[in-house]
Design a protein around this ligand. Structure first.
Ligand SMILES: *Cc1c(COP(=O)(O)O)cnc(C)c1O
Length: 365
């Protein structure tokens, strides 16, 4: 492995997450032209692995952007200008996606719940019985609050509304828990590289259904860079409309192999185990979970700062020991702190983190 240039601080923040040295090194292979047959082979061999991990037969498009780019793509291409999109919001990221739809000129309606709560399927059923929507947009794992929303239950509600497209952000949970894109009827299922995929930032993936392409044909101004029709036209040739991040694709190709070698079920079980370990630590240390009981995320735990510790001081203490966690998001700063347990983080890494956090707490007493 090539030597790294800076000191290693292990990331327990919910993005970017810790990336293994092998994955960082996979990026250092020689460049290839993105119109070459070598590139088409790379793109082509990633496709079945992406479909397997997304549990879909739909194409999985590669976007040269972070996850936000696919929000923009989905908002523009799946919602007609004279129709409405229903956003389910429960935290910073789901709220921001609603803002993205609004900024793209779409008519947005929102079902909002308090941060820490999950949006319930009954709320969705109620809204759908009173209005007509081109799409429902939601975030499966709200990274800002540590809530895992009941997407599979939304799917059951949506079965009665075949013309309403189902757009789901799985950014911080893809490959950390099973996301059954096809079985749940998800029309756009999107993730980016730097969260549960455990890759460096800079690329995003979207599994897109034929119904979205059909809808897009009815929308005259879809933009260019994130237009699903343009992306699909190139996808047919194992290619991308513009220059993709080839180095990051090398890393993704390697990571997909490693995820499948671990076994997806084993990978999901490891995440469940790490989430349970974290919740046990939270209880033992005298804190409480911020997220609603029954909806705790398997990939990131949001801990209510019930002991009113100085989170910045905790992080300074951890940093001296080569680790870092995350303060509460936005308005939760100081009131909560987040521990990510996603990607390639192992139970032993968490044990080391909890030992250090216990040492900090012991100094406070
Ligand atoms: C981080 C995050 C995003 C934003 O993704 P970027 O890759 O930073 O654009 C969107 N949704 C969720 C749930 C996230 O955690």
């Amino acid at each position: 492995m090539s030597p790294k240039r800076s000191e290693h601080v292990r990331l327990f923040i919910p993005g970017p997450v810790e990336v293994r040295a092998e994955i960082l090194d996979a990026q250092s292979d020689w460049m290839i032209g993105h119109r070459s047959s070598d590139f088409a082979a790379l793109y082509g061999r990633m496709q079945p692995k992406l479909q397997q991990t997304f549990y879909t037969q739909n194409p999985v498009y590669l976007y040269t952007s972070s996850g936000t780019g696919i929000w923009e793509s989905a908002s523009r291409c799946a919602v007609r200008d004279d129709k409405k999109v229903l956003h389910l919001t429960c935290g910073a990221f789901s709220e921001r996606w609603a803002e993205v739809s609004h900024m793209n000129g779409k008519q947005v309606e929102v079902i909002a719940v308090e941060w820490g709560q999950a949006v319930k399927p009954e709320q969705l059923a109620d809204a759908l019985s009173h209005g007509t929507y081109d799409a429902v947009a939601c975030v499966m794992n709200e990274t800002s609050t540590g809530v895992r929303n009941p997407i599979e239950d939304y799917a059951k509600v949506l079965e009665a509304y075949p013309d309403t497209l189902f757009l789901v952000d799985v950014v911080s949970i893809y490959a950390g828990a099973k996301v059954e894109t096809d079985a749940w009827g998800i029309d756009v299922c999107l993730t980016s590289t730097q969260k549960a995929f455990a890759l460096p930032p800079g690329m995003a993936f979207g599994a897109v259904s034929p119904a979205v392409l059909e809808r897009a044909r009815e929308i005259p101004h879809r933009g260019y860079y994130f237009d699903v029709l343009e992306i699909d036209r190139h996808h047919q040739k194992n290619n991308t409309p513009a220059t993709p991040p080839v180095s990051l694709m090398y890393a993704a190709d390697r990571q997909l192999d490693d995820m499948l070698a671990e076994g997806l079920e084993a990978r999901f079980a490891r995440h469940e185990k790490m989430a349970a370990m974290t919740r046990e630590w939270v209880q033992r240390a005298g804190f409480e979970m911020f997220s609603e009981e029954g909806y705790h995320s398997p990939t990131v735990s949001n801990v209510a700062n019930t002991r009113e510790i100085d989170v910045a001081a905790l992080n300074a203490f951890l940093r001296e020991r080569g680790m870092v966690i995350s303060n509460g998001y936005g308005k939760l700063k100081g009131k909560a702190f987040r521990i990510a347990h996603m990607g390639d983080t192992q139970p032993a890494d968490l044990e080391a983190l909890f030992a250090a956090m216990d040492a900090f707490l012991a100094e406070q007493a």
